[in-house]
Ligand binder design. Structure first.
Ligand code: FE2
Length: 447
C-alpha cells in the first residue's frame, strides 16, 4: 500500500510510484523523446535505471519501447525489463500494474489484448501519455483505423493546450482521422498540432498522409520541403517522412528525385531497423513496377533482410512481406520462399493474433510477390484480389498497403487482364484523378 504522502505525479498529473526525484525528470525527457522521435528513450532510461533500479515505471517504459520496434531480437531484453518490473510489483501503483500487464500481453503475442488493458489504464488516467502512445502505435501495427482515431477521442477531453505534450496527442488523432478518411478534420487537427509544436514529426506525418490520400502531391512536396528543418535533422522517424516525400515525387513520375531520396535519406547506409528497411523495400518495389532502373540497390537491401533471417521470420507478417519483396527484387527467390515457408508456419503455430496476420494477409501477399517475379500474373491476381479489402489486418497504413494494389494493377496489365486492369484504374482515378502516375499505368494498359 502506498501512503498518499508518497504519491508522486508526472507532468500531466498521472501517479508515479516511489522513485528518485531525478528519475521523474528523466521520465519526462524519455517520454518527450518517445513522442517526438528526437533522441532515444531507451538510452535515457538505461542511465536512469542504473542510478535508480527500483524505478518501476522506467522498466515498464523500457520494455514497451523495445516492443514497439516489432522485432523478435528485442524479446530477451524486454523479458528482463518485465521481470524487473514484476519484482517491484509490491511497490507499484494501479497505473503501473496496468501498464505492465499490457506489456506482458504484447510480449506474449496478444497485442490486441494489450490495447484493451492500456485503455483500462486510460479510463482511470486519461492523461497517461505512455499508455496512449503504446496503444496508438499498436493500433497502427494492427491496422486498426477506428481505434487509431477513437482511442484518442476517448481521452482528449482531459487534455488541453496547457497539458505538456498536447501536440503529440493531436498528431495521433490527426493520423487516426486520416486513416478513417476524414481528411478535412485530420488536416485541421494536424495543423493545430503543428501550430503548437512545429517539430512534431508525427503531425507532419499525419499531414503527409492527408496530402497523399487526396492526391495533393505538389502541395505535399512543398509542405514537406518547407518544413524539413523541423522534422528531419536528428529525428529517428525522418526516414519515413522522407519516404512520404519520395511518394509525392513518384506520383509526378519524378523517379530520379525519388531515387535520390532513397540514396540520401531513406537508406543512406546500412540499417538494422526493420521499419526503415521496409520503407526502403517498398519504395524500390514501386519503382520496379514502373520499370525504373534500380542499379544494384536491391543487393544491399536484400542483404540487410537476409541478416535477419531466419531469426525474425514469422514474428510480424508486415515485416516478412517486405523482406520477401527485397529478396524477390534481388532475384533471390529461394531465400524469399524460405521466408514464405516460415510465414506459413507462423500462420498455424503463432499465437492467434499474429497467426491470423500471417494467414489472412502475409502468406497470400508474399505468394503474390514471388508469383510476380515468376511472371505468373494470374496467380498474383488470385492471391491479391481477395485480400484487398482485409489487408489492414496485417497492419500498416492505407498508403503503405497501396503497394498491394499497385502490384495487382501491374499484374493485370502485364497478364493481359484488360477488363480487370481497366476497372482497377477506374477506381484509382476516382482517388487520384490528375496523377501522372495513374496516367502512366493507363498508358501501359493501352500499349
Ligand atoms: Fe506513413
Amino acid at each position: 500500500m502506498i501512503s498518499s504522502s508518497k504519491i508522486q505525479q508526472d507532468a500531466r498529473g498521472t501517479p508515479v510510484s516511489s522513485c528518485m526525484p531525478e528519475s521523474l525528470d528523466d521520465y519526462e525527457r524519455a517520454l518527450r523523446q518517445f513522442q517526438s522521435y528526437f533522441g532515444d528513450p531507451t538510452v535515457t532510461l538505461a542511465q536512469t535505471l542504473e542510478r535508480d533500479p527500483e524505478f518501476v515505471l522506467g522498466h515498464i517504459f523500457n520494455a514497451s519501447a523495445m516492443l514497439m520496434m516489432t522485432e523478435r531480437q528485442y524479446l530477451p531484453d524486454v523479458l528482463d525489463s518485465i521481470k524487473n518490473a514484476e519484482a517491484l510489483a509490491h511497490k507499484s501503483n494501479d497505473r503501473e500494474k496496468g501498464l505492465l500487464a499490457g506489456t506482458r500481453h504484447w510480449m506474449e503475442g496478444r497485442w490486441d489484448l494489450a490495447t484493451v488493458v492500456w485503455d483500462q489504464v486510460l479510463a482511470e488516467y486519461p492523461r497517461d501519455a505512455l499508455a496512449l502512445q503504446f496503444a496508438h502505435l499498436t493500433d497502427f501495427f494492427l491496422g486498426d483505423a477506428v481505434n487509431l482515431r477513437d482511442r484518442i477521442g476517448r481521452v482528449i477531453g482531459s487534455w488541453s493546450e496547457t497539458t505538456p505534450g498536447y501536440s503529440y496527442i493531436l498528431g495521433m488523432q490527426a493520423f487516426g482521422l486520416e486513416e478513417c478518411n476524414q481528411f478535412a478534420r485530420a488536416e485541421e487537427t494536424a495543423m493545430k498540432a503543428l501550430s503548437i509544436e512545429a517539430r512534431d514529426g508525427w503531425s507532419v506525418h499525419a499531414m503527409a498522409h492527408v496530402l497523399e490520400m487526396q492526391n495533393r502531391y505538389e502541395e505535399g512536396q512543398q509542405f514537406m520541403r518547407s518544413r524539413v528543418d523541423d522534422w528531419a535533422p536528428g529525428n529517428g522517424f525522418a526516414f519515413h517522412n522522407w519516404w512520404h516525400l519520395a511518394l509525392f515525387h513518384m506520383e509526378q513520375e519524378d523517379f530520379v528525385s525519388a531515387l535520390q531520396l532513397y540514396d540520401e535519406q531513406i537508406l543512406p547506409g546500412e540499417s538494422d531497423m526493420s521499419m526503415q528497411m521496409l520503407d526502403a523495400s517498398a519504395l524500390l518495389w514501386r519503382l520496379h513496377l514502373q520499370d525504373v532502373d534500380l542499379g544494384d540497390r536491391w543487393t544491399m537491401i536484400a542483404d540487410l533482410w537476409a541478416r535477419k533471417t531466419p531469426a525474425e521470420n514469422g514474428y510480424y507478417a508486415f515485416n516478412d512481406l517486405h523482406a520477401v519483396i527485397a529478396l524477390v527484387g534481388a532475384g533471390r527467390l529461394s531465400e524469399a520462399r524460405a521466408i514464405l515457408a516460415d510465414l506459413q508456419k507462423a500462420a498455424t503455430d503463432n499465437p492467434p493474433l499474429t497467426a491470423m496476420m500471417a494467414r489472412d494477409v502475409g502468406v497470400p501477399a508474399a505468394q503474390a510477390m514471388i508469383a510476380f517475379a515468376e511472371q505468373r500474373y494470374d496467380d498474383v491476381i488470385d492471391a491479391l484480389y481477395p485480400i484487398r479489402s482485409i489487408a489492414n489486418r496485417f497492419g500498416g497504413s492505407n498508403a503503405q498497403r497501396d503497394i498491394l494494389t499497385q502490384t495487382l494493377i501491374e499484374a493485370a496489365i502485364r497478364g493481359g487482364r484488360e477488363g480487370l486492369a481497366t476497372n482497377l484504374l477506374s477506381e484509382r482515378e476516382v482517388h487520384k484523378p490528375f496523377s501522372p502516375l495513374t496516367r502512366r499505368f493507363k498508358k501501359r494498359l493501352l500499349q
